[in-house]
Design a protein around this ligand. Structure first.
Ligand SMILES: Cc1cc2nc3c(=O)[nH]c(=O)nc-3n(C[C@H](O)[C@H](O)[C@H](O)COP(=O)(O)OP(=O)(O)OC[C@H]3O[C@@H](n4cnc5c(N)ncnc54)[C@H](O)[C@@H]3O)c2cc1C
Length: 539
């Protein structure tokens, strides 16, 4: 196979134009192009008046050798690199112990799927409910029909934190083994659109994710895995530095010397239990801030000019960063084009914001977190001090919002001028349960407020209207990533607890759906290899 890169076509090109461009580039006739597939398609919007699409294609041709010779000096014609996935182990048919995976977020799901594919029949334990029931609980809370269920919400339940999300599937992690490709391919096998394999910055959208999560579960079960819901792990047995098993909330104990800990960043009770059991944990940096909402049309216009609204471009996104005079950095986080701001709390009496979109991304507002990086110097002392800070800020937001799970909000113009807000302008915030306008200046530490006040006008220089007076801020955004890292060694086991495999976002090894899935694959491989070596050693 040959890979051609940098094939540029106008935004409005027709179906046949790509094939014509390939033939032209390689100077071959149609009879010499057996087949081709798009590997990547990205818009080039650097010049707003002339947006184009840039393709990478893989193709089959009987003239491969000759073409490689002809184009040997051209970096845009190369053999297609091998990106297939090969399992690292296969479980023996007699397996007297099953690995346990805690959590069914993307990390736990992919660890479970890979272990099942390698024949290890994992037992997967999830504190929350199956995705349909969880969806009902979460949406009822958002609509104020029920109060928050601490075990079934935007963070907890089948599919993990990313289920009610934009489902963005890109990450900046180094991925030399192409595990990201494996994650995308498995998602397609489970019902995602094949376009996620080639479009730049693919996303799935909330409602589609729900079906995909169910399909992943069915595939794991068909391969001999088992998933148990409403099965919260409350304790972990450790003897002489080796995990022996787990205890569930109801008191049941389950033995296993291989336990993947994929509990996400909101499992604060679980982190406390691990700390009490002496598992080595370090504090780590994370970010705090607000969500901001603007009309999506304003963002589209600024990014795409006259092409705004073009079907091949969809709703525009943005990525912003500003380094402040006080040494802090402010950046946009988890931008959701045409999306909604959602209530992402998992603990009673606390308010946390985040964002989601449907596949169509056609809600009227664009939203993103505008967050400030903080480090353990801001919350010194205990390894879990970052969690204490998150809890303090979330409880304060609950109070500022009126104690009903409404989020406290303020218009950008008022926030910059230092006065409370009283009425919305043209931007109506999307956060359900609701927004209580007021003054956000006490909702975050002073350094964070100062940094965001400096950053918003700077962002307005990049996206005109970003600091418009009626853009709406809602607070608080505190669950940007895990405030801890449960450190692991080269075998992916905890530094001081053998058989415990800290994984995914909660353990500090991922920061999104794709990277959590990739980490799940890595950890599944480590478990499979360690179990195989142990079985071999036992003869
Ligand atoms: C609203 C929202 C929108 C987001 N949007 C995006 C996006 O568009 N793109 C993106 O890449 N990322 C997004 N994220 C972040 C992404 O969801 C996470 O990075 C990802 O889900 C982390 O995966 P994980 O498997 O490590 O943990 P999680 O997804 O958090 O999963 C952890 C699971 O463990 C379970 N659990 C916790 N404790 C226990 C216990 N003691 N016993 C049993 N089970 C337990 C939880 O119930 C949960 O199901 C979003 C997050 C939220 C909340």
């Amino acid at each position: 196979m040959l890979r051609l890169t940098e094939i540029k076509l106008p935004l409005d090109h027709g179906e046949a134009d790509l094939k014509t461009a390939i033939l032209k580039k390689l100077r071959i006739g149609p009879e010499d192009l057996t087949d081709y597939t798009i590997f990547k398609r990205s818009p080039d919007a650097r010049r707003k008046g002339e947006i184009s699409l840039v393709y990478i294609v893989d193709l089959e041709t009987p003239k491969e050798k000759a073409l490689l010779k002809r184009f040997k000096k051209d970096p845009h014609v190369r053999p297609t690199p091998a990106m297939g996935y090969h399992p690292v182990a296969q479980a023996p048919s007699q397996l007297d112990q099953r690995p346990i995976v805690i959590g069914t977020g993307p990390c736990g799901m992919f660890a479970g799927l890979l272990l099942a594919q390698m024949g290890f029949r994992p037992l997967i334990l999830e504190r929350g409910k199956a995705v349909r029931d969880r969806t009902a609980d979460t949406f009822a809370f958002w609509k104020k029909k029920t109060s928050l269920n601490p075990e079934s919400n935007a963070q907890f339940g089948e599919g993990g934190a990313g289920t009610f999300s934009d489902g963005k599937l890109y990450s900046q992690v180094k991925d030399t083994n192409h595990y990201g490709r494996k994650v995308l391919q498995e998602l397609v096998t489970s019902g995602a659109s094949p376009e996620i394999l080639y479009i730049n910055k693919p996303h799935i959208g909330t409602f589609k994710l729900v079906g995909i999560v169910q399909s992943l579960r069915a595939r794991i079960e068909a391969l001999g895995g088992e998933i148990r819901f409403q099965s919260r792990v409350d304790d972990i047995a450790i003897e002489n530095g080796q995990v022996q098993g787990v205890t569930l909330a109801g008191g049941e104990t389950i033995a296993s010397q291989h336990v993947v800990l994929a509990v996400g960043h909101s499992a604060r009770d679980t982190f406390q239990m691990l700390c009490d059991r002496g598992v080595y944990i370090e504090p780590k940096p994370f970010s705090i801030g607000f969500r901001i909402e603007h009309p999506q049309r304003m963002i589209d216009r600024c990014r795409f000019g006259d092409y705004a609204g073009h079907k091949r471009l969809g709703a525009a996104d943005y990525k912003l960063v500003h380094h402040c005079k006080n040494g802090r950095s402010v950046y946009s986080f988890c931008m959701c084009p045409g999306g909604l701001v959602v209530a992402a709390a998992s603990e009673p009496g606390r308010v946390v914001t985040n964002g989601m979109s449907q596949y169509s991304r056609n809600e009227r507002n664009a939203n993103s977190g505008i967050v400030v990086g903080i480090t353990p110097d801001d919350y010194p002392g205990h390894p879990l001090a970052g969690i204490a800070l998150q809890r303090r800020l979330e409880a304060q937001a609950f109070e500022l919002g009126g104690g009903t799970y409404n989020a406290p909000g303020q218009l950008v113009g008022d926030f910059l001028a230092g006065r409370p807000s009283q009425a919305f302008g043209n931007v109506i915030p999307s956060y359900a349960p609701g927004v209580q306008l007021g003054d956000l200046s006490t909702s975050l530490p002073d350094y964070a407020i100062e940094a965001i006040r400096e950053a918003l006008p700077a962002f307005d220089q990049k996206i005109e209207g970003f600091a418009r007076a009626d853009a709406v801020l809602t607070g608080v955004e505190t669950r940007t990533s895990s405030p801890i890292r449960i450190k692991r060694d080269d075998t992916y086991q905890s530094l001081n607890t053998k058989g415990l495999y800290p994984a995914g976002e909660g353990a500090g090894y991922a920061g999104g759906i794709l990277s959590a899935g990739i980490d799940g694959i890595k950890v599944a491989e480590a478990v499979a290899l360690n179990m195989s070596h142990q079985l071999q050693a036992l003869g």
